[in-house]
Ligand binder design. Structure first.
Ligand SMILES: [Zn+2]
Length: 154
């Protein structure tokens, strides 16, 4: 028999390929990958890396065995520089989220983890289009937090 290409899961579609990738390569991620179309791809990819904790924070660099001077947050020097700290529990992240909450007229709540933010977003009683916008605003704030604080983003 001559070689041929076969998509063994079902009839091929981009959605079935994405499901396969999500199931095989990201089993620890409990939600589907969805881009927010109101922001650029690089901002979406950055937000996805926040979600799966794949940014080169000092703790992640240290975990990979690189010798670095300190694993503390460059901004506050009061906690380990992790994704959760940089984007959710550092005072700078909380100040920015407080401003976003005031701007969009939402009650401010203190977040510590990506999952806290995700639950907050899920529980907002607003239209899905409005949710996409606030999600995009948060993604952009994370992007600029990274650009302002770290040299590892262009
Ligand atoms: Zn900090």
């Amino acid at each position: 028999m001559q070689d041929r290409w076969v998509w063994s899961k079902c009839e091929f579609s981009v959605a079935s390929a994405r499901r396969l990738i999500d199931d095989q390569r990201m089993p620890y991620v409990s939600t589907k990958t969805r881009w927010v179309t109101v922001v650029s791809i690089k901002v979406n990819v950055h937000a996805w890396k926040v979600k799966i904790d794949r940014l080169p924070t000092r703790i992640n660099i240290s975990r990979r065995g690189m010798d670095i001077d300190s694993i503390l947050c460059l901004s506050c020097n009061a906690a380990v520089e992790s994704v959760s700290h940089v984007f959710f529990s550092c005072h700078i992240a909380r100040d920015v989220f407080r401003l976003i909450s005031n701007w969009w007229d939402y009650d401010y709540i203190e977040l510590s983890l990506y999952e806290d933010w995700f639950v907050w977003l899920l529980n907002l009683r607003i239209s899905s289009n409005h949710k996409k916008l606030i999600k995009g605003v948060c993604f952009i704030s994370w992007w600029y937090r990274t650009k302002a604080s770290f040299s590892w983003v262009d």
